[in-house]
Write a protein that binds this ligand. Structure first.
Ligand code: ZN
Length: 134
């Protein structure tokens, strides 16, 4: 799939609009009308079409269709019951939001590989530092 500079810019603009939209929904606030307009415009584009055979998805403009799929998913997310499972990563240096799909609903990090391991390492270091000063 070929991605143009414009596709990349559109993806970044959508990412920011989605962040604002989901943040507002999480806080029970009205979203910024500009965010709503952008997400709605992208969601209204043709999305990826499922296919039989080796190519599982198709679209005339795959990058734009992928963004449309993301925007549609976000619209359904903020209007549906899964919104209450959206959380902010507990790493203060991370601003990612994630869907806690764990059974116990106690997930704390956007990713264990990323922020979860950083927190584990930081915890281990502060415990071993405390132990060595005793
Ligand atoms: Zn994180």
């Amino acid at each position: 799939m070929r991605v143009t500079a414009r596709d990349l810019t559109d993806a970044r603009l959508l990412r920011e609009a989605l962040y604002g939209l989901v943040r507002a929904a999480m806080a029970g606030r009205e979203p910024d009308p500009a965010d709503v307009e952008r997400v709605n415009a992208v969601a209204a584009q043709p999305d990826l079409a499922p296919q039989l055979g080796p190519a599982r998805w198709t679209a005339r403009s795959p990058a734009r269709a992928a963004l449309a799929t993301v925007a549609r998913d976000a619209v359904l997310l903020v209007r549906g019951p899964l919104l209450e499972r959206v959380k902010e990563c507990e790493n203060p240096a991370c601003s990612l939001l994630f869907l806690d799909d764990s059974q116990a609903r106690r997930r704390r990090w956007c990713s264990m590989d990323r922020c979860g391991n950083l927190a584990k390492i930081a915890g281990y270091r502060s415990r071993s530092r405390a132990a060595s000063t005793r």
